[in-house]
Structure formats: C-alpha cells, structure tokens
Design a protein. Structure first.
Ligand code: COA
Ligand code: ZN
Length: 308
C-alpha cells in the first residue's frame, strides 16, 4: 500500500476526550471500588476536560468492573452538569440505563468486523445496527442527548485481520441515515498504521464532517501518534486518550492500552495545537494510577525521568 500524506495546515485547536474511566478501568481485572473511580474522575476533571467518557452500561456478567456504572454516572452529572459525560453502550438496555443516569452522549459500539462484534456483543453487525435503530427511536424525545456510533475494529480485527473500508462505511452510512450525531473510528487493537488510516479516513471524510468524528487510537504497535498526525493532516481534531495509557477491549485479544492522554496532549501542544488542558495535572493523575488502581503505567511521558 502506498499513499500520499500531504503536509497541509495543522489545526490551531484540538479536543482530547479522556476515556480512562471507561476503556482504562474495563481492562483492570480486580474491581475498583466506586469511591476510587469517583475520586479519579474528580482528579481528571481538574485538568480541564470538556468531555469525559465516564463509564459503560454493559452487562455486569460481561464486564464486572462496570457494574457500578449508574452510580458513577449519577455522581458525575450531579457534580458537573457542564461537562459532557459520555457513556458507552452496546444495546438498548445499556442505552436506557445511560438515559436514566443523565449521560449527555451515548457512545454506541458496533464493530466493522463480524467476528469481533460477535465476541464483544453476541450480535451480528446487522443485529447491532437494528438495535441502534431502536436506541435512536428512544432518544427521539430526549433532545439534547447525542448519539455517537463508534466503529470498533475499524482498521484491523484480531480474528479477521485487515478490515476493508467498505465494512466501516457500511456502519457509518447506517448511523448517519438514522440521524446519529457523531461517528467514532476505533483502532481497537492498536495495529493500524498511517497509510491504512489515510485510506479509511479519506473515505469517511466524504461522508461526514471531521468535527463530527472522534478518533480512538490504541498504541499496541507504537503508531497511535503517527496515526493521529495523519488524521490531523486530513482535518480531524478530536481524539480519545486514556490517562496513564490504560485500556484495552477485554474481547479483543492482544490489544494494548490507549494512547496515553499525557502523550497526546504533549504531542499536540508541541505541534502548536492548543488543547486547553493542564499537562502537569494530567501527569499527576497518571502518576497516581499505580497506587490508586494497582496497575502499571504505559505510554511514554508518565514513565520517563526526563523532565518535560
Ligand atoms: N447493562 C446491564 N445489564 C445488561 C445489559 C446492559 N447494557 N445488557 C444485558 N444486560 C444483562 C441482562 O439483563 C441479563 O441479565 P440476567 O442474566 O440477570 O437476566 C444479562 O445481562 C444477559 O443479557 P443478554 O441480553 O442475554 O446479553 P448477552 O449475554 O447476550 O450479552 C451484551 C450481550 C452486549 C450485553 C454483552 O455482551 C456486553 O455487555 N458486551 C459489552 C462488552 C464490552 O463492554 N466491551 C468493551 C467495550 S467496547
Ligand atoms: Zn478502546
């Protein structure tokens, strides 16, 4: 595969969405007490995030870590009506719980790959899309609540290998036809590379404006920031990231963590792209993760001893 990544203008601003309390926590094997989850969110808020993916409303049998989603979301929205709280949902039941708990945005996940969708949600892609239709119908009278449809395994799948952009566009076209507000493009297993990202995002750009798209990049092969750079040159400027580089889908074998928030913010700011976030505060939250959660840090900035 060859490609021409032209070096166009970079944006002046970008948005980083913190997802540690969803994608990060879901991959921690021992249950994190609810008060620890809440105190970590309190600390993250202090860094200035406008949008945080707070939790996921999924089956507690599938992901026991998220059994306290309603409590965490309710606490979050009670304290911070002004911060956009995102909740990942895989089905109607999750959407109903997210609506009840006051989530501002539902992040409905559908994989481009049939095999991963089945592992993750026990549904075919078509079944998930039918369920999305029902979620959109339920949202009808809840104006103000946004629906983002995130296409998981958008580049590579742990079971099927390379994913065609046609499979990604199929999910996106359906989501847009249902009136969904945003699209997420997820490198769930973190093996995408810039030319693959270029190929898919160029096609996505024909379908919906870049400001309605969020990139979700894991860093298994260490190319998440290179992929982000590719996306920036194409006009995309909204990125998920997880403090401490935590994360990984429990149903995608081999997936490493997300791009670390501190690495993403450092990268963007050094490119002269404003994030409005306080890197020192983010780093201090990330450095607290081993004590708070009993897991090791990933990423770069949080583990280096070179002063930033
Ligand atoms: N939230 C809470 N509970 C849920 C739920 C949700 N969104 N969806 C289903 N449940 C409950 C059901 O009530 C049922 O409970 P019961 O056994 O006590 O009656 C149980 O979970 C099984 O329900 P069912 O509809 O048969 O679901 P399933 O077993 O086919 O599982 C999913 C399907 C989608 C719910 C499950 O695979 C899931 O939660 N997947 C998400 C995986 C994930 O979080 N991946 C990482 C993020 S991408
Ligand atoms: Zn993820």
């Amino acid at each position: 595969m060859t490609g021409d990544i032209s070096f166009g203008a970079l944006p002046a601003k970008a948005e980083v969405i913190e997802v540690c309390s969803r994608d990060g926590f879901q991959n921690v094997k021992t249950f994190i007490p609810t008060d620890v989850k809440i105190s970590m969110l309190d600390a993250l808020v202090g860094a200035g995030f406008k949008t945080i993916e707070v939790t996921s409303f999924v089956s507690p049998k599938a992901v026991p870590q998220m059994a306290d989603a309603a409590e965490v979301m309710t606490d979050f929205k009670r304290k911070r009506p002004d911060i956009e709280a995102v909740a990942l949902v895989p089905n109607v039941k999750g959407a109903e719980k997210a609506f009840q708990s006051g989530a501002d945005t539902l992040n409905f996940v559908v994989s481009a790959s049939e095999s991963h969708n089945r592992e993750n949600t026990r549904r075919t892609v078509e079944e998930s899309l039918s369920e999305l239709e029902e979620v959109c119908r339920l949202r009808g009278d809840k104006k103000g609540v946004k629906i983002r449809v995130s296409v998981a395994t958008a580049f590579f799948c742990p079971f099927e290998g390379e994913i065609s952009r046609g499979a990604v566009l199929k999910v996106i076209d359906r989501a847009l036809s249902l009136g969904c507000d945003e699209i997420g493009i997820a490198d769930t297993i973190g093996t995408a590379h810039p030319l693959k990202v270029l190929d898919t995002l160029k096609a996505v750009r024909e379908r919906c404006p870049a400001e309605e798209v969020v990139l979700h990049l894991h860093d298994t092969y260490g190319m998440a920031l290179a992929n982000a750079m590719t996306a920036l040159f194409l006009g995309y400027r909204r990125f998920d990231a997880a403090a401490g580089g935590l994360g990984g889908c429990p149903f995608a074998p081999g997936a490493a963590g997300n791009v670390a928030t501190e690495d993403m913010v450092n990268f963007l700011e050094r490119l002269g792209i404003k994030t409005g976030l306080d890197l020192t505060k983010i780093l201090s939250v990330s450095h607290s993760i081993p004590d708070r959660l009993g897991v090791s840090l990933c990423g770069h900035l949080a583990v280096t001893r070179i002063p930033s």
